[in-house]
Design a protein around this ligand. Structure first.
Ligand SMILES: NC(=O)c1ccc[n+]([C@@H]2O[C@H](COP(=O)([O-])OP(=O)(O)OC[C@H]3O[C@@H](n4cnc5c(N)ncnc54)[C@H](O)[C@@H]3O)[C@@H](O)[C@H]2O)c1
Length: 309
C-alpha cells in the first residue's frame, strides 16, 4: 500500500519515531497540537540526526530530514497515510479523543499504532471509527537506537492490521515483538518490573548497596542481555540446554520465588534511602550530563550491533 507515515504527537517519542521512518526512506508527516513543538521540531530532530551521524548510524542526515514535513493540522497527516504512529500524552482521555479524531480520517487499509507505555489499546479505541485498525506499537526510547517494538492488538484489532504493523516495523529496521493479547505492562515492563521488585527488596533488606545491585547488572547479567534474552541465556548455560538447566537450577528459582509472596508498593522511606545513595553518587545537577553519556554509550552499542551478523 502506498502512502506516507503520519506521526501524531511530536514530543520526545514522536520525534524519535520520525527518525526511524524517515531514515528507512519513508515520507513522514508530523502533527502536534502545540505550535512551539511544531516550530522547534525539525531543529530537535536535526540535532539528533547529527549525533547519529557521528556514530555512523545514519548516512545522510540532511536527506533524512528532508523527508519529514511538519503540518499544522491533523487531517494533512492522517489523510493519505498508510500508517499512523500516535505518540500523544499518556492519558486515557487524551488517547481516546485523538483516536476518535483519527478514525474517520483514515484511508482504506491505513493502520494506527499507539506508543502507549502501558494503557491497553482497548481502553481508548473501543468507540473509534475503524477501531479494527487500531493497536499498540510500544517503542523504547529512543526508538531509533533501541529497536524493539511491542505490537499489542486489542480484542477488536483485525489480523490484517496486526500483520501490517509487524511487517512495517520489520521493514523500517525495528524488531517487532507480538504480544498476543493485552496484558498490563506488556512484556518489557513486566520483565523490568520483576527485576526492579527484587532490586528494591534486596536493598531494603540490606543485602547490598544500590551501587552493587546496579553493578550486578551492568557488569554481569546485562552484558549478555544486550544480545540474548533469558531463555537463550539459560539454554546455553547447561551442557544439555534449557531442560538440563531447569533440572539443575529449577528448584533454586522455585525456592527464591516462594520467598517473595507479598507484593507491596515501593515505600516512601525506601525510595528516600535509594535516592540518598544515588544523589551522593550523582548529584541532581549532573543527571543531564549522565543522560547524555548514556545516550552516547547506547549509540556506540547500536553501532557495534549493526556491524555484527
Ligand atoms: N518517554 C518515554 O521514554 C516513552 C517510551 C515509550 C513510550 N512512550 C509513550 O509515548 C507517548 C508520548 O510520550 P512522550 O514522552 O513523547 O511525551 P511528550 O510529552 O514528550 O510528547 C507528547 C506530545 O503530544 C502532544 N499532544 C498532546 N495532545 C495532542 C493531540 N491531541 N494531538 C497532537 N499532539 C498532541 C503534546 O503537545 C506533546 O508534544 C506516551 O504515550 C508515552 O507513554 C514514552
Amino acid at each position: 500500500m502506498a502512502g506516507h507515515i503520519g506521526i501524531v504527537g511530536a514530543g520526545l517519542v514522536g520525534g524519535g519515531w520520525s527518525i526511524v521512518f524517515a531514515r528507512s526512506g519513508e515520507q513522514v508527516r508530523v502533527y502536534d497540537t502545540a505550535a512551539a513543538i511544531r516550530e522547534g521540531f525539525l531543529g530537535v530532530v536535526g540535532q539528533q540526526l547529527d549525533d547519529l551521524k557521528s556514530y555512523d548510524l545514519v548516512d545522510d542526515p540532511a536527506a533524512v530530514l528532508a523527508r519529514i514535513r511538519v503540518c499544522d493540522n491533523l487531517a494533512d497527516v492522517v489523510k493519505g497515510a498508510r500508517f499512523i504512529q500516535e505518540s500523544v500524552l499518556e492519558q486515557v482521555e487524551v488517547k481516546a479523543e485523538i483516536s476518535a479524531a483519527i478514525g474517520p480520517l483514515l484511508d482504506e487499509g491505513a493502520i494506527v499504532g499507539s506508543s502507549t507505555s502501558g494503557i491497553p489499546g482497548s481502553a481508548f479505541t473501543e468507540h473509534a471509527v475503524n477501531r479494527e485498525r487500531f493497536l499498540v506499537t510500544h517503542p523504547v526510547n529512543p526508538p531509533y537506537l533501541v529497536p524493539v517494538v511491542e505490537v499489542v492488538p486489542t480484542p477488536w484489532t483485525a489480523q490484517a492490521s496486526v500483520d501490517g504493523a509487524m511487517a512495517l516495523m520489520a521493514q523500517v529496521g525495528q524488531s517487532p515483538v507480538l504480544v498476543r493479547r493485552e496484558v498490563e505492562g506488556f512484556i518489557l515492563n513486566r520483565l523490568q518490573g520483576v527485576l526492579l521488585r527484587e532490586a528494591w527488596d534486596l536493598f531494603e533488606e540490606g543485602y547490598a548497596s544500590a551501587e552493587d545491585i546496579d553493578k550486578t547488572v551492568s557488569e554481569g547479567l546485562g552484558l549478555r542481555w544486550s544480545f540474548m534474552g533469558p531463555f537463550e541465556t539459560i539454554d546455553l548455560n547447561a551442557p544439555g540446554g534449557v531442560a538440563d538447566y531447569a533440572e539443575r537450577l529449577g528448584p533454586l528459582y522455585h525456592s527464591i520465588q516462594k520467598s517473595r509472596t507479598d507484593p507491596k508498593p515501593w515505600s516512601a522511606g525506601l525510595i528516600g534511602d535509594v535516592d540518598k545513595e544515588r544523589r551522593a553518587a550523582l548529584p541532581t545537577e549532573k543527571l543531564a550530563e549522565r543522560r547524555n553519556w548514556r545516550d552516547r554509550r547506547l549509540m556506540a552499542l547500536a553501532a557495534h550491533k549493526a556491524r555484527q551478523t
